[in-house]
Structures are given as structure tokens and as C-alpha cells.
Design a protein around this ligand. Sequence first.
Ligand code: LMR
Length: 399
Amino acid sequence: MSHFAQIVRVPGDPILGLMEAYRADTNPDKLDLGVGVYKDAQGLTPIPQAVKLAEQRLVDQQTTKSYVGGHGDPLFTARLAELVLGEDSPALGEQRAAATQTPGGTGALRLAADFIAHSLPGRGIWLSDPTWPIHETLFAAAGLKVGHYPYVNADNRLDVEAMLTALAQLPRGDVVLLHACCHNPTGFDLSQDDWYRVLEVVKARELLPLIDFAYQGFGDGLEQDAWAVRLFAKQLPELLITSSCSKNFGLYRERIGALLVCASNSEQLLNIRSQLASIARNLWSTPPAHGAAIVASILNDSELKALWMSELESMRQRVAGLRLGLVEALQPHGLAERFAHIGVQRGMFSYTGLSPQQVQRLRDEHSVYLVGSGRANVAGLDASRLDQLAGVIAQVCQP
Ligand code: LMR
């Protein structure tokens, strides 16, 4: 008897699969606008100088590789919580908010998902349509009932009215996942007015927000991007936030992130944290230490922090410039208006509005890789190739 013979093959992850297909492509003019990874003008994903310096310090000064605790490196979690919630955060000051270190932002989401499934049974989770594809599978894998609220309309524009109408009808007490900034995959962010309106509905329906904050610093700036998270943390006693250091610290493969919890009081926070430690023990036991030690050294040292902030700001500005550059490059093809939203969207991603067929043609005929939904990682572009990209987009847009 074979134990494994009946196991069927499932399709590979659509985003990670693109990385492999791109690597295997021998066309020297290929362009990778798939996975959400920042690239510099040379097409490389750089290690920030601040990270290099912090790593060197670790090599010189680290004295042990013994396990970190269940909630991770205390210096990392303390500094990261301040980065997210603000140094003057009332919730931190009242000791009713804290972070648990996780393997990447995805680990934080999984920890949140298992916490909801285990400790808040019966609560459904509501995701924007569209959202990051892993949100869909990850919460379902944890056994949660997944629903959707609209986010963009048929013309590929942010549809706040439809979103608010749907949120106002959600079952009382359910969890709503919101993207703090740099919405993945669309790049459309809520305005401050929109956030106030969402907050009102969240309060009225007594929803529990889970805010995914994977791109802090890539939208309008480190502090600006935290605006909505801090508003919610001030206005609501209870909140879940997932944070990632993959993009803003360039630490993708180190898998470093955190789940932050704001609770009504410090006693409740301790209860919740006991549950999180117990769930995490079954998932990954204790988190990987290296990325956390790097982030902690940077955030705890004013010089390294200043260097990192300026490096992050240059990455942010480069991506913002590429957005405008692409719209400009589409101008001679008569497509600037059709794609004007690329200049309005924020962060790495743009929901271009290209159809799956057009995306397929870009890949097959021009070795330009986008996610099938039409999502382009603008941070994968190179200013010297904007005209080339605009030209091939024009070709696949022809009727
Ligand atoms: C993306 O959406 O491309 C990134 O978040 C990377 C990933 O893991 O999918």
C-alpha cells in the first residue's frame, strides 16, 4: 500500500511562482513587476546600510544564540510598538498595548487568525475585495469564516461608499481587516476623512479591526502612514495590528514582524498575551532572532535610526517618482488619462486595470511579469525602462 499515492498536486503560489518564472526567463529585457520587493536603479534589492552596520555590531557583540522568549526580543517589541503606535501612545503608556514578535507579517496574520479562531469563536473575518491573496487562504486555513466588502468599482477606482455600506451591514462583533496604507494589491488608500467614516461604522457595528500594516514608510512617510493606526488606537479600546519589517527594513528573508494588541486594560492584555504565547508555541515555538536583533539595534540607536529613516525615505521617493514617470511615459501613447490612477495610488503596488489576458500577453510576448489580477509592483521598475514598458503596455492595450 502507498501512503502517498492519492495525494494530488495543487497549483503553486501565484505570486512566488512569478519569481521562479522570471528567474528562468532568458530574455535580457525581462522586467519583474510581480512579487512585492523593492528594487534600486540597478534592479537589485539592496540591504540598507543601517542594516549592514547593525549586523556588523551583532557579529562583534552578540554573546549567545539561545532561544528568545515566546513574545520575542523585548527590545525589538518595545521599539517596534513605539514605531507603530507612536512614542506618546496612551495605550502603551497605560500598559494595555504590546507586541509579540512573529516570523514576518504573515506570521503575525496567522497568529491573529488562530487567536480569533480559538479565543473569539464564531467571529467571521471580512476582507476587502480585492485583497492580498494570502489573506484569503490564511484565514480560511485557520478555520475562520471569510467574507468580503467591496473596495474598488468596475472602473478600477476606490469605492468608499460601497465599502461603508457593506461594513454597516456586517454582523455585530465580527473582525474587519483593513490595510493601514499602501493597499495590497490596489495601491488605493483611504483619505483621512474616509478613515473617520470607517471608524464610525466600526464603532456602530462593534467590529474588531485587524489592521494590516506591512508597508509603513512606503506611502506618505513613516509617521504619516501610521496616522490611521494611531487614530484607531486612540478611539477604540481594542484593536489588533500586524506589522512587517520585510519591506521598510529590507529584511524580507529574515522573516521579522509582530502582532500588536491593544486591550481595554493591562489585566486583559496579560490574558490575551498568555493565549498568544500558547498559540505561537504550537506554531513556531519561539520566533527567529536575527531580524529582530537588527531592527532593535537600529531603532535603539539614534544614529542608525536616522540613517535607516533617510534610506527608507529615498526608497519611498523613488517609487513615488516611478509612478509619475510611468504615467508620463504613457502620454505619447494617448494612455496617460486611462492610467492616471497609477500616480494617485500609494506604495509598491498598482492595480493597473490591465486584464488577465493583457497580463498574459505582457509576459508571453515581452517578458514583463505582473500578477494575473493586473497588479504591478511599481517598485520593481527602472526609470531608464519606463518608455519601454509604456510601449509594450500600449501594444497590449490595442483593440
Ligand atoms: C506581495 O504581495 O508580493 C508580497 O507581500 C510578498 C508576498 O509574500 O506575497
